[in-house]
Design a protein around this ligand. Structure first.
Ligand SMILES: Nc1ncnc2c1ncn2[C@@H]1O[C@H](COP(=O)(O)OP(=O)(O)OP(=O)(O)O)[C@@H](O)[C@H]1O
Ligand SMILES: [Mg+2]
Length: 325
């Protein structure tokens, strides 16, 4: 594996230290992020996700511990800190509140201009970033205030992408958007990730969404990292995730309940396809596009049928509801 692009070492942040409002928001977090990773940062509200990402480009200073960009501590020199400001792009929740220039073009151009690029290069960066997030050039001369909520969000994300950061950290970028707007922005982010090789760190509360797109999940719990791994590994801890107040993806939730009812399903299931395969015991057979119809394609082998509890055991519990949904 290549060297990490961004690391934290024993990163700790205490708000309002020494006052009655003192709060340790994150504690002793050591993580490495690698080029081209697509990482989901998840955790209950107040678990420290936003505090964590705001350290990644020096916006917040650690109470103790360090952030390293390409192996160099941000605190080691102004040069490294400045580099991280441009190379670790941070998109806040509700980024549209950060739009302040007169035109859309100027807003997207703000970052590249600060990088002291030539006028031509700035214009090229603006066009490229706008394309990635679906901002049409026809609105370049409009005031950001005239735009719809979804368009504002796109312009704000474009302003960060225009710096071509090697790491793009987004704090709930799709919160508050309708499903279509969410899906479209996620598609844009995936395209950006695939074509630039940037590492993307995405904070979200939407487990269904992040399970679909991330190659790695980091789960925060009360300021610490509870789990870190591929989704399949993290969803092995389904019960603990639910107990943390997290909502599992639908398939993971069903798999967890079936396991708790005694079904010998493998751990770590989080997609409908894997769930269907596990239930049917037929490798490679998926749900297809039939709107959730569970079609096993014939009688499942005996091993699969015996994997589920007998109907007599199952029925009363199902009728009573699952108790946690
Ligand atoms: N500026 C601040 N001053 C004091 N305490 C803060 C401040 N910002 C956050 N906190 C506290 O630090 C803890 C972590 O907050 P943080 O915003 O990082 O969590 P989060 O995981 O991003 O939550 P959410 O999912 O709600 O956005 C919380 O207890 C929060 O109340
Ligand atoms: Mg937050």
């Amino acid at each position: 594996m290549s060297s990490p692009i961004l690391s934290t070492r024993n990163l700790t942040h205490v708000y309002s230290a020494g006052t009655p409002f003192e709060k340790m928001a994150i504690r002793d977090i050591s993580l490495d992020f690698y080029p081209s990773e697509f990482v989901g940062l998840i955790g209950h509200t107040g678990s420290g996700k936003s505090t964590f990402v705001q350290h990644l480009n020096g916006l917040l200073k650690p109470t103790s511990g360090a952030v390293l960009f390409n192996g160099e501590a941000l605190s080691s020199s102004k040069k490294v800190l400045r580099q991280s400001r441009f190379q670790v792009g941070l998109v806040f929740q509700y980024p549209e509140y950060q739009l302040f220039e007169e035109t859309v073009f100027q807003d997207i151009a703000f970052g590249p201009k600060n990088m002291k690029l030539s006028g031509d290069e700035v214009a090229e960066r603006v066009r490229e970033a706008a394309r990635f997030v679906g901002v049409p050039e026809e609105i370049f001369e409009k005031s950001p205030l005239e735009l719809s909520g979804g368009q504002k969000r796109r312009v704000a994300i474009a302003g960060v992408i225009a710096m071509r950061p090697q790491v793009l950290a987004l704090d709930e970028p799709t919160a508050g958007l309708d499903p279509e707007g969410r899906e479209s922005i996620l598609r844009n982010l995936l395209d950006y990730h695939d074509s630039t090789g940037a590492a993307v760190l995405l904070i979200t509360h939407d487990m269904e969404e992040i399970a679909r797109i991330a190659s790695r999940l980091v789960v925060f719990r009360e300021g610490e990292v509870a789990f870190d791994g591929a989704p399949k590994e993290v969803f092995r801890h389904g019960r603990e995730l639910v107990d943390m107040g997290l909502e599992l993806p639908g398939a993971a939730h069903i798999a967890l309940r079936l396991r708790e009812l005694g079904a010998a399903l493998p751990e770590g299931i989080y997609t409908l396809e894997a769930l269907a395969d596990a239930i049917c015991g037929v490798q490679g057979h998926s749900l297809g596009q039939r709107e959730g119809a569970l079609e096993c394609g014939g009688t499942p082998p005996v091993s699969a049928r015996t994997a589920l509890p007998a109907p007599s055991e199952r029925e009363p519990k199902w009728r009573g509801g699952c108790g946690s949904c």
